[in-house]
Ligand binder design. Structure first.
Ligand code: ADP
Ligand code: MG
Length: 699
């Protein structure tokens, strides 16, 4: 028997159970030992019976003092064993249904086990009935002596996904055996790689064990990451040795960090860059100053400060006498960037132009702008996809920044913009969305992550609420000098579904709940110019409340807004809700997000629960992925997305980066893996049938 033998030959499994296990994707021994738990049950605390005051799950331990059984209803019997510890007695109960016409003895096993004077650990739900403590056993384990160390108690216990005919207990026991006998043979390649030594990843044999049987959650997580790192590294080596790889291209533009503009800009900022911002700026500058064109994705949660990172890159281009362009998904956002840039770069000698369809509408504007973009008078072009129109000619654009890239498919168009130069490309996104992920994994796109928010931010407090409470909170925030958004899913009531629409509601609310405050309205059917005016007015505090549709979803930055109310929150996906919430909590003041929904749907409830539980965009994206299932993940199954056992393509984005770099180094050193130190790696690559080889084939 080895790692790749079929599980049906393992003790206690056999052909019938093996076929059930295959429903869980478990066919080989390797599949079994890498069938990692979904979660862990905490059985570290063994509670003495005098410490149980409330109903709940507990682990208890004691010596059996007696047992009895009786029928408590027709067809229902109970078996009770009294278990004593130093502080009292607790009754362990088992309920069994039985057929009154059959002689089958439902308690035969339990009766044989629960005999007087044996020591037993029990996990289950405790209740106190008429002063008596009882526990309905969900799991138990006997030990010979009081001090013997139990196998499944006093520790974290893995919880596995199940399928019909396969119980938790069965999996616990067969996996335990298999891990004991086979984990020692699991191939480890990380240990042989010099550059990873200082990361101290766990050896795979140990990682496999620890993922199932960790001492603590953090040990489990480190073991998982170690295993994931090996998965990612193998995939990356496979990808990078593949023949049809797209490469970063040689470029003409050359940058030198002159600081003529960069220093002036830094001095104008009223805050310090965060550590994470400094790090990603360094990564971007390293790319830009290299001989190859940049192809980098900047990921950072909403409010993490991507804009000034982009501006740093833009100024590096401009101080080297090139043009730079930033492309935003909406006019409002382009306008906002324009104002931000204008403001920060005031007194600094650069020319900025806004290039959107509404700007291009007026003939005079159009001619002026197009001319100064073409002759190089304009250094920074801020726009929407209008920037990519045929009639827009640049003098020498060397850097393109694409903000919130997932809103439209700009990749190809962006490349077409090059017009001679091979521009450096920086994509920015708050949500690690599938397309972005696919690129980070497969493509030539490097990733920088801002994993830190500017200081003084408190997480946005998120609650599910009713309208009454929400509006009261809005009013109290306004009283404290804040401003609020109220967001609706629809623009008007042409939709037959009975939803509160922004237009109708703005009218109603400004006469009722908000009759003493100033209410503005913003929706997608307004003209761009109107929208901008409203947004600017809101920013200038001419309104207290802005009633809006999701046009505000992306990027809007009004740090004084401290409250957002989302109507019909169940209508929005997690990514949108997270973006919406990101409109507040952008200043030092504590902010609130009130979600209003009367949906009873399971899925909707789950989404809202996730929103109230975390403000971490990566966790939300990851939960989103979990909820939708990997098959729905942009049809990843069709794309042949690799199925990682431990790797999580969202959570582990930094590991993926490390794997990419490490793979690149290995390949540049020894493309054919001929060196002795890569022998193990080579064997793995030549093998078939293993999980690893499946990952590699996908690549
Ligand atoms: P996003 O990453 O969502 O695009 P922005 O770039 O709009 O975030 O930044 C959010 C807010 O945080 C802005 O008001 C910006 O001025 C501010 N900000 C950015 N970096 C810092 C920093 N290092 N310290 C304090 N505030 C910052
Ligand atoms: Mg932004």
């Amino acid at each position: 028997m080895n790692l790749y033998s079929e599980v049906k030959y393992l003790k206690g499994i056999g052909p019938k159970r093996a076929s059930l296990l295959s429903n869980l994707g478990i066919n080989t021994v390797e599949d079994l030992i890498t069938f990692f738990p979904r979660s862990y049950q905490d059985r570290t605390q063994i509670v003495s019976s005098d410490k149980i005051f409330f109903t709940g799950h507990y682990c208890v331990f004691g010596k059996i003092t007696g047992a009895y059984e009786k029928n408590i209803a027709r067809g229902l019997a109970i078996f009770c064993a009294d278990v004593a510890d130093d502080t009292g007695i607790i009754s362990v109960k088992f309920f069994r249904k039985f057929n009154p016409y059959s002689k089958y003895d439902v308690f035969s096993t339990i009766r044989k086990q629960f005999v007087k004077d044996r020591y037993v650990y029990v996990y289950g739900t405790c209740e106190i009935q008429a002063g008596q403590k009882q526990i309905s056993a969900e799991d138990y384990e006997f030990v010979e002596n009081a001090n013997d160390i139990p196998e499944f108690f006093k520790r974290l216990i893995p919880v596995y996904d199940l399928t019909a005919g396969i119980t938790q207990k069965f999996l616990l026991s067969v996996i335990k055996n298999a891990v004991k006998n086979f984990s020692g043979f699991y191939p480890d390649i990380l240990a042989g790689i010099e550059s990873l030594k200082n990361k101290k990843f766990m050896p795979m044999q140990q990682a496999v064990k620890k993922i199932h049987y960790p001492q603590t959650e953090s040990e489990a997580e480190f073991a998982r990451q170690s295993f994931a790192m090996q998965e990612f590294l193998l995939l990356q080596i496979a990808l990078q040795t593949a023949k049809n790889k797209i490469r970063r291209q040689n470029k003409i533009q050359k940058y030198e960090i002159k600081k003529t503009l960069l220093s002036a800009f830094k001095n104008r900022l009223t805050f310090e860059f965060t550590k994470a911002q400094k790090r990603v700026i360094n990564e971007i500058f390293a790319d830009m100053t290299s001989a190859l064109s940049m192809n980098r994705m900047l990921m950072g949660d909403v409010g993490s400060g991507k804009t000034i990172v982009a501006l740093s890159a833009i100024l590096l281009a401009v101080e080297n006498n090139y043009q730079a362009a930033i492309i935003a998904p909406t006019e409002i956002l382009a306008e906002q960037h324009y104002l931000t840039f204008k403001n920060i770069l005031k007194d600094i000698n650069v020319n900025i132009a806004l290039l959107t369809s509404s700007v291009l509408k007026s003939k005079k504007n159009r001619e002026d702008i197009l001319k100064s973009v073409a002759d190089g008078t304009v250094n920074i072009i801020i726009g929407t996809h209008s920037v990519m129109e045929e009639r827009v000619k640049f003098k020498n654009v060397s850097l393109l920044v694409v903000d919130e890239q997932h809103r439209f498919g700009v990749m190809q168009k962006v490349s077409a913009l090059s017009k001679g130069l091979t521009p450096d490309i920086l994509m920015m996104t708050a949500t690690p969305i599938p397309r972005g992920l696919a690129m980070t994994i497969y493509g030539e796109m490097a990733v920088s992550v801002i994993d830190e928010l500017p200081p003084m931010r408190t997480p946005v407090e998120t609650v599910c609420s009713d309208e009454q409470n929400a509006y009261e909170k809005v009013l109290s925030e306004i009283k404290n000098g804040g401003q609020a958004y109220i967001v609706y899913p629809l623009v008007d009531e042409s939709d037959k579904i009975e939803l509160k629409s922004a237009v109708a509601e703005a009218e109603k609310l400004s006469q009722t709940a908000f009759k003493n405050v100033r209410v503005g309205l913003l929706h997608g059917k307004m003209k761009p110019k109107e929208k901008n005016e409203i947004m600017t007015d809101f920013k200038d505090k001419k309104f207290d409340v802005l009633i809006a549709t999701t046009v505000i979803e992306v990027g809007i930055d009004v740090p004084n807004a401290t409250m957002i109310v989302v109507q019909h929150a169940d209508r929005f996906g997690l990514a949108t809700l997270h973006q919406l919430r990101g409109r507040v909590g952008r200043g030092a003041k504590k902010s609130y997000c009130f979600l209003i929904s009367d949906s009873k749907g399971q899925n909707a409830k789950q989404r809202l629960a996730i929103m109230t539980a975390t403000t971490d965009g990566f966790k939300i994206a990851s939960a989103d992925l979990d909820m939708r299932g990997p098959g729905d993940f942009m049809g990843t199954s069709q794309h042949g997305f690799p199925e990682f056992k431990a790797g999580d393509i969202i959570k582990d984005i930094k590991l993926i980066e490390l794997a990419k770099e490490t793979a690149a180094a290995i390949i540049s050193e020894d493309k054919e893996l001929k060196m002795e130190k890569y022998e193990k790696l080579k064997t793995i690559f030549n093998g078939t049938g293993s999980h690893i080889s499946k990952i590699i084939r996908v690549g």
